[in-house]
Design a protein around this ligand. Structure first.
Ligand code: NAD
Ligand code: UGA
Length: 446
């Protein structure tokens, strides 16, 4: 089939390339001309493992193209996917202006009988809104609108798309469902397919993200309790997660959930609930607790390490999680911002996301290319993103180069004994892991 993808971001690029890999001919359009120009030179504007190779193969096979001309993308398309941003509004609701603009752009160029597929994460009712925009622009009802929410995660986006837990197809006319079935034919049979209305598809996406965020929020609350009573959140969650009704996934305690999705989608869920007089109390609590977590952790660093204004803190990792360069709503950056406010100097490292974080943290922050250089001279170090490269740190060397001894592992990534044995005082999340008396002996022996 011939498909158009509107938006060349994390979702548009990945799903566009994957749909081409499924055998379709895909043209990806983006309003940002410089982005399209870079993509035509085979320069990826984002880091996503495996995506450059996949896009290269699809370009070479002639099944993928990039354009900044909407007609070129849409005029022959059987379906046009909308995968533009849906950021938060200040009131927590979703800003649908990019979706509206994309609908207005594609409407006049579509051939009769074509399908507009909303891939972006949107509030319930958006398919109706897009249907209205498209039919008003065309002056007639001769194209269909469907909802096909995306569940991929950054960092594992390609395999998440190709081997999803389920595909959700939301449509209100059989003809739309048939086009969706044809698009996903290579996957249908291999994975569960939920065929439902556009409204239920939209609700499914927000509900899934809200539930996953709630699991993480709960794990973080339990971690706080474990810290207070001398428990180990990992041990507790391993045992709890073995209950098949609960499951272990998304119960890893950490610095709070970040990224471009869970924070904004939980706020949107709360906003929809309130505006429809169906308040989502559980998620409201999750949103509040998550927003407060960075401030609490920044304060914890300052008090446990005994830091004073002018001290230096090493931050290892600014991406909102490992294997992405995305720093949107990254808890690490929020902690860093609060440390800067408290007068700390920062030495920050990230293997992929440094360029995206430079403008967020601004002046006065050092960005060494090597994590060991970030730790050199620091009064405390904070591992905030679970990059594999941080597992290999030479901690004895780091302990020798640091001015202070406190090492905060907010991802529970490292082995407590290894960090303590290196002469550092190890703090983690929801576990009693520091051996200050041992660290003192090491220090005395040096
Ligand atoms: P993004 O910010 O990476 O990309 C959005 C792209 O859309 C940008 O390149 C922008 O230039 C382009 N754009 C904006 N307005 C446009 C227009 N009118 N016409 C054409 N292009 C336009 O966003 P993303 O992370 O890919 O997310 C896109 C949507 O998918 C959001 O609704 C998000 O919630 C959802 N989603 C994201 C993920 C994820 O992991 N990032 C996963 C599932 C769903
Ligand atoms: C998330 C969902 O997992 C995807 O299914 C969904 O498609 C996507 O949002 C979206 O709607 O855009 P993503 O934001 O890429 O994907 O990343 P996740 O792996 O879900 O992690 C989100 C945040 O939760 C990160 O900050 C991560 O560190 C944190 N997290 C995750 C934890 O703190 N603990 C966990 O156990 C899992």
């Amino acid at each position: 089939m011939k498909l158009a993808m509107i938006g060349a971001g994390y979702v548009g690029l990945t799903t566009g390339a994957c749909l081409a890999d499924l055998g379709h001919r895909v043209v990806i359009f983006d309003i940002a001309k410089d982005r399209v120009a870079r993509l035509r030179r085979a320069e990826l504007p984002i880091f996503e493992p495996g995506l450059d190779g996949l896009i290269g193969r699809m370009l070479a096979a002639g099944r993928l193209a990039f354009t900044d001309c909407i007609h070129e993308a849409v005029q022959e398309a059987d379906a046009a996917f909308i995968a533009v941003g849906t950021p938060s509004r200040p009131d927590g609701g979703i800003d649908l202006s990019q979706v509206d603009a994309a609908a207005r752009l594609v409407a006049p160029a579509l051939k009769p009988g074509a399908l507009v597929v909303i891939k972006s994460t949107v509030v319930v009712g958006t398919a109706d809104r897009v249907r209205k925009i498209v039919s008003e622009q065309r002056g007639r009802f001769d194209v269909f609108v469907a909802s096909n929410p995306e569940f991929l995660r950054e960092g594992s986006a390609i395999s998440d798309f190709m081997k999803p837990d389920r595909i959700v197809l939301g449509f209100d006319h059989q003809a739309a469902g048939q086009i969706l079935d044809e698009i996903y034919a290579p996957l249908i049979g291999a994975v569960p397919v939920c065929r439902t209305t556009t409204a239920d598809a939209e609700l499914t996406k927000h509900t899934a993200n809200a539930f996953l965020a709630m699991k993480i929020g709960f794990a973080n609350n339990v971690a706080d309790l474990c810290e207070a009573v001398g428990g180990d959140v990992n041990a507790v969650m391993e045992a709890v997660g073995l209950d098949s009704r609960i499951g272990r996934a998304f119960l890893s305690a950490g610095p709070g959930f970040g990224g471009s999705c869970f924070p904004k989608d939980t706020r949107a869920f709360v906003h929809t609930g309130r505006s429809k007089s169906a308040p989502q109390h559980l998620i409201e609590t999750v949103v509040t607790a998550n927003a407060e977590r960075s401030a609490r952790l920044a304060q914890r660093i300052i008090s446990q390490a005994g830091l004073t204004s002018g001290d230096t803190v090493a931050i290892l990792g600014v991406a909102f999680k490992a294997n992405t360069d995305d720093v949107r709503e990254s808890p690490s950056l929020e902690i860093a911002r609060r440390l800067l406010e408290a007068g700390m100097q920062l030495q920050v490292h990230d293997p992929k996301a440094a360029a995206n974080a430079l403008h967020v943290l601004g002046q006065g922050v050092a960005w060494p290319a090597d994590p060991m250089d970030a730790m050199a001279g620091a009064h405390a170090a904070v591992l905030a993103t679970e990059w594999d490269v941080y597992r290999q740190l030479d901690l004895r060397l780091a302990a020798g180069a640091m001015k202070g001894r406190h090492f905060f592992d907010f991802r529970n990534l490292l082995d407590a004994n290894r960090v303590n044995d290196a002469g550092l005082i190890y703090h983690s999340i929801g576990r009693t892991t520091s051996r200050p008396e041992f660290a003192a002996i090491c220090q005395a022996a040096e």
